[in-house]
Design a protein around this ligand. Sequence first.
Ligand code: SAH
Ligand code: SF4
Ligand code: F3S
Length: 437
Amino acid sequence: MTAEKKLYIKTYGCQMNVYDSERMAEVMGGQGYGVTDDPAEADMILLNTCHIREKAAEKVYSELGRLKPLKAAKPGLKIGVAGCVAQAEGEEILARAPMVDLVVGPQSYHRLPAMERAVTGGAKAVDTDFPVEDKFEDMSRPRMRKGPTAFLTVQEGCDKFCSFCVVPYTRGAEISRPADRIIQEAAQLVAAGVREITLLGQNVNAYHGHAGGLAGLIRALAGIDGLDRIRFTTSHPNDMDDALIEAHGACDKLMPYLHLPVQSGSDRILKAMNRKHTAESYLRLIDRLRDARPDLALSGDFIVGFPGETEADFEDTLRLVEDVRYASAYSFKYSPRPGTPAAERDQLPEDVKTERLARLQTLLARQQAAAQDAMIGRTVGVLFEKRGRMERQVVGKSDHLMAVHAEGPDSLIGRIVPVEIVATAPHSLAGRCVGDA
Ligand code: SAH
Ligand code: SF4
Ligand code: F3S
């Protein structure tokens, strides 16, 4: 049966938004909506937005501008803004962009079908509550999944209140989903062909829905036959407990890759950021993780040009990066966000931020290239996910989350294959399949 109506979703921001978009598509599937990748044929368009930096937040308004002709040509078209901009700006979105029909915050997606019905007559709907009922339990339709990898949100929200960050305001207080529901969802995904699951949370290692914390949940998930790889993101250094460090050495299915943001290498700036850890405590934590799993690939997030950051503070960050040797990393210029404490402080000039970001990114790019070069000649397990751009080419990820492409038939997709790495390019490796999975 073909769906009568079409839903187009555009997703910005972090992986949790990617996951939420999938769940929104599933929930609207129950209302007769099929997903389209062409906004022109949509009956409903949802922008799942991000508020983390100013640029991210402004994208939603330029996208709405682009959608104007579509709405003019098809007055019945429903346009919704979801995600963190929806949560942060609420009704203001309707004032700034009157073409928007509904605004739905990240904790209210399960109310989307009712909101869609409410706006059918031309009314507007705004829901930015943090409802007591659990959105995950309401969205209990079976997971749809094409492809061998999937995200699974296990924890949401954040109580850390880093002084630069909007997430505690847009996603609310930390909550953990019960382990049995997560295990059930993981089993559904595996039955649909998924072999790798990435557990998601704004502070995923603060997960407390299992008596053994996140390490306990990982151990329980590792018991699912057919689930071969487990990852998790994003972690806070202060929630990295002994059991989780140990799991990196003890659990074969837990992949040797960890995204562990530090933001700055200067204790003065870390304090001003309200991070509640020091550069030294972070480095000791990395040592312990590498003791548990010597080939662990590390990734991080950095902010440059935070209010008050001096050249000496910035050099502390460069030094920390030199010490850690990251396999990959994300770095950003500080962006003042409305309602956060750091936005009220004296700001650094833009050209200082630009210059520091360029220096940091040069160093991080060199480290990434070194991490990739070190793979040449090694044979690594690659989970192939899809066809490549070339004829008879398949692409996937190694255990260390590096993109790898190799020559091979489509039948390799969904399998973990030993691949010898023969060359590197920016952000990817070229390999040769050796033997069978
Ligand atoms: N919960 C995760 C990440 C949240 S946002 C964590 O705690 O690590 C992802 C990254 O965006 C952050 O790690 C930070 O590096 C960056 N970020 C957050 N707020 C920012 C801001 N106001 N300006 C620039 N970068 C920011
Ligand atoms: Fe934001 Fe800090 Fe929470 Fe991460 S830990 S989501 S950076 S407040
Ligand atoms: Fe952006 Fe919200 Fe994720 S602000 S980074 S979409 S939690």
